[in-house]
Design a protein around this ligand. Sequence first.
Ligand code: FES
Length: 335
Amino acid sequence: MSTQIKSNPVAGVQEQTLTLLVRQVRFEGRGINSYELVDPEGAPLPPFAAGAHLDIHLSGGVVRQYSICNAPRERHRYVIAVLRDERGRGGSKALHEQLRVQDIVRVSRPRNNFRLVEGARRVLLIAGGIGVTPLKAMAHQLDDAGIDYEMHYCAKDERSAAFAEEFEPMRASGRLHLHFDGGDPSAGLDIRDLLNAPADGEHVYYCGPGGFMKACAEAAQHWPAGTVHFEHFKAPERGSAEHAANDANDSFIVRVASTGQEIEVSKDQSIADALLEAGVTMETSCCAGLCGTCKVRYLEGEVEHNDCIMSDEERVEYLTACVSRATSKVLVLDL
Ligand code: FES
């Protein structure tokens, strides 16, 4: 297997990227292709757990994150599925247009911010649209582990739902429930009703578009702490309730704890950009608070987090340098 090593001298991190072969491209549903990536020599790939994603490096320096959707027991391949989003930032369109069978593609090793927690007695998986990808890997992992689960997959219609063939045994066994709303969410799955009464030891995982995420979050408010898990595949719009702006829009100072270097972060800059401009290496990938690549510990200061991945417990210790802002005048980073 061909690997490249990229060093991050500040964080002391060495990140390996993998060079993989596109072995198969499959039509999975309207606008959705899956891509099977394998080692060119047939070697086993680094292991992953359900919920992991890959950074895919496209031409022109474009890097995008996609969840791995096959079973973690499969060591010979990673499968990702990509919905072509005409209104997105261009990554999915580029991927659909550029990636062909037999192409070589550079990807990160699997990273995971959305793991199944251990000890659940029962698991509920709720997918909206292309948010099905990490949950599909979870369903495979739960199947293999013999853990009781139920999956709900919401899509506009049958043609927009991916993995019909692969999902058929799961549907036939009663594990998977498909919900088609014809484009009107109020005509689809009643999420509030589904999440009404959590069972003892039950955990819920959900992933989907903005409105779906909001509906799930509201419906799961009364679930016990630590039992609700989710992943955004797109950052919520700035200015939405989840990203209410405050005085964190002002400039502030970041101090590098190991050197004492002080760097001003202007109101138009991210912490990561300001660090890079000052010569401090900071690895980034999604630049949207989605992947965790730029996660860094802070030692002093008040933070407006803005990421979509960390729990409240993590936020006491860490921030994401691509989207977090300081609400104090100085922020000390453990770099
Ligand atoms: S670069 Fe992805 S969270 Fe910051």
